[in-house]
Design a protein. Structure first.
Length: 166
């Protein structure tokens, strides 16, 4: 297996709900370890989403993630075009606001899918989103991944695939 690309919600939900930074140190130590080993990465758009709240999660990321953890998403513009074309092709299904949000240049979702699509044999998207193919209000990352043959998992399945426990 190659590398796992973490979505913003992989961090945010862990911090806010399941694994608070001040309680579940082992989770965050494992994230730091995997990041330092290059097994998990993310993209610059996720960094922007995580670094806009001036909170404990932002501080933790700045202090614990390697400098090269957040990759440059401008390197995958050709596959971003494929993701965009797929989304636009679904305009009769999704509400316009859902498509606008998914394709917003400041939003990470489409770029994460594009980053994985650039090397699908070696990149897996990690998201806490759940497929909702009949939903019209939001383009879910798993639905884009399914349509474009991109692998995706949730955080716990990523740990299982990596054989990690903590």
């Amino acid at each position: 297996m190659g590398v796992y690309i973490l979505d913003s919600n992989s961090f945010i939900q862990a911090h806010r709900a399941s694994y608070p930074l001040d309680v579940v140190f082992s989770f965050w130590n494992k994230v730091k370890q995997l990041a330092n080993e290059g097994k998990i990465i993310s993209i610059d758009k996720v960094k922007n989403e995580l670094y806009d709240k001036n909170d404990a999660l932002e501080e933790w990321c700045k202090a614990n993630l390697p400098e090269d953890f957040f990759k440059d998403s401008s390197q995958v513009m050709s596959t971003y075009g494929q993701v965009s074309a797929w989304a636009v092709s679904k305009r009769n299904h999704y509400m316009q606001n859902a498509l606008n949000e998914f394709l917003d240049a400041d939003e990470a979702d489409a770029f994460i899918v594009a980053y994985a699509l650039a090397d699908p044999a070696n990149r897996v998207v990690v998201t806490q989103e759940v497929s909702a193919p009949h939903g019209k209000n939001k383009v879910k990352i798993p639905d884009a991944c399914n349509a474009l043959n991109v692998q995706f998992v949730n955080v716990m399945d990523m740990f299982r695939q990596l054989g990690e426990t903590f």
